[in-house]
Design a protein around this ligand. Structure first.
Ligand SMILES: NC(=O)c1ccc[n+]([C@@H]2O[C@H](COP(=O)([O-])OP(=O)(O)OC[C@H]3O[C@@H](n4cnc5c(N)ncnc54)[C@H](OP(=O)(O)O)[C@@H]3O)[C@@H](O)[C@H]2O)c1
Length: 188
């Protein structure tokens, strides 16, 4: 994937995979929109990159209005979105039977609704890009086959995010030549 001189929106950049991804994209010459809830951490990371080609937008991906405002702010600042990285996620290792239902709900909100909210808001811009990319950070846990999952305690930690994108949306993305590599970042 060529990222130089492109514009990426990356969710969940205040630690871990998201922070590393945002910094790696910026090193390769990609403008990066830094999205997560903790503003102090967002500012710290922007300062570490420190070259004006980042935009800090504190956002809770479970909040539709906040996500819409983030996309609008991105379009005002950069005029386009070429890459959308769904990385924000809640990782819980508990077996389902041990899980607190409130935690379960919270995980659904972030890992599922966060992806649909962000896709809905940003996809028109990505489709308008010349060869946009939608990257969904997933997990090997989400790819284990059903038989194996039955034998193991089922992990609540991950969601196969590719399945979150409904079929008509996938069709539009395919028509527009937009790529959706799930687990792309984990694979490289
Ligand atoms: N690390 C692993 O071994 C592993 C394994 C499999 C899959 N994954 C997946 O890879 C992704 C990154 O994992 P990680 O270990 O780097 O996670 P992490 O260090 O816990 O970071 C999670 C990020 O998501 C953000 N986030 C959480 N809830 C959010 C919300 N409501 N709105 C916006 N941002 C939110 C957090 O920022 P704020 O708290 O500032 O909002 C943080 O930046 C996750 O989707 C995870 O499920 C990770």
């Amino acid at each position: 994937m060529n990222v130089t001189d492109r514009v990426a929106v990356v969710t969940g950049v205040t630690s871990g995979v998201g922070e590393a991804t945002a910094k790696a994209l910026r090193r390769e010459g990609c403008a990066v929109v830094l999205v997560a809830r903790r503003e102090d951490r967002l500012e710290r990371i922007a300062n570490e990159i420190d070259d004006g080609e980042t935009l800090v937008v504190p956002t809770d991906v479970t909040d539709e209005d906040e996500v819409t405002a983030t996309v609008e702010e991105t379009m005002e600042e950069f005029g386009r979105i070429d890459i959308l990285v769904h990385n924000a996620g809640v990782l819980r290792p508990d077996p389902v039977t041990d899980a607190d239902r409130a935690d379960f709900r919270k995980q659904d909100q972030v890992n599922l609704r966060g992806v649909t909210n962000t896709t809905h808001a940003a996809l028109p811009a990505v489709l308008a890009s010349d060869g946009g990319d939608v990257v969904a950070v997933s997990s090997m846990n989400a790819r284990r086959n059903v038989r194996e999952s039955r034998r193991r305690p089922v992990s609540l930690s991950t969601v196969e995010r590719e399945h979150v994108l409904p079929a008509p949306l996938k069709g539009r993305i395919k028509d527009a030549q937009t790529r959706i590599p799930t687990n792309y970042l984990a694979a490289v």
